[in-house]
Design a protein around this ligand. Sequence first.
Ligand SMILES: NC(=O)c1ccc[n+]([C@@H]2O[C@H](COP(=O)([O-])OP(=O)(O)OC[C@H]3O[C@@H](n4cnc5c(N)ncnc54)[C@H](OP(=O)(O)O)[C@@H]3O)[C@@H](O)[C@H]2O)c1
Length: 259
Amino acid sequence: MAEGSNGPLQDRVAIVTGASRGIGRAIALHLASLGAKVVINYTSNSAQADTVSSQINGDSLVPRAITVRADISDPAQVKSLFDATESAFDSPVDILVNSAGVLDSKYPTVSNTTIEDFDNTFNVNTRGAFLCCKEAANRIKRGRGGRIICMTSSSVASLKTGYGAYAASKAAVETMVKILAKELKGSGITANCVAPGPVATDMFFSGKTEEMVNAAVEVCPLGRLGETRMWLRWLGSWLAMLGNGLMDRSFVLMGDMCE
Ligand SMILES: NC(=O)c1ccc[n+]([C@@H]2O[C@H](COP(=O)([O-])OP(=O)(O)OC[C@H]3O[C@@H](n4cnc5c(N)ncnc54)[C@H](OP(=O)(O)O)[C@@H]3O)[C@@H](O)[C@H]2O)c1
């Protein structure tokens, strides 16, 4: 990926959590193509994370991507993630995209959800988002047009059965981020959530029968699953507006993206 130099995000520093796979991976590659220096965060798949950073760095002598293993539900590891970023690029962080997330692939009703699965869902999706947002809000420099973005889910609004803990964990993030955006008023840093509909990734397919996949496609306005690249045109152009003072309130973008 040689392109990226002189892009609209030239030398901006971005952390993308959960960037070894799926939506986070696509976002990391796109931010790099716009010129950003990118941290590829993951929790277990080091080989896939390395592939993403190699794709960005190519043969370049000065790497524009590094991988950092960190479980976002652990405060010490989130702190280390930000420390490693600042030290690798000798710069404060400008952009946080918190894409790391988990979904209980048994799709249990609330009455069948185990305490362990509930806790795991909230630990990663909600506590993890809180820890990353907290660290970003304390570290992103004021007046540089920083961006904080959390991936939530259209399930917050669609209220599908089998998604009780997951949708609740994302609803909590949406509420928190709206308040964070108000608290950041005047700092030039925006805080927002993006809530995709079904996107064809490991998370979407995990534990689903063909019937469940077809049922999900059936209710998509586009009549098919979303693709990771569909989010990029929008997200990329929006992030490219860093520092221009636009979009200084929190919002939740829902569902399918039109092409
Ligand atoms: N796909 C969809 O249909 C859909 C719809 C709406 C919202 N979303 C949301 O979009 C985001 C991305 O989803 P996706 O479909 O791309 O998921 P995915 O393909 O399952 O990828 C999940 C990513 O999160 C990382 N991760 C998981 N737990 C982590 C932890 N504790 N700390 C750090 N990283 C962790 C994984 O790292 P490893 O590779 O190391 O395991 C992986 O990179 C999630 O927040 C999800 O809830 C997805």
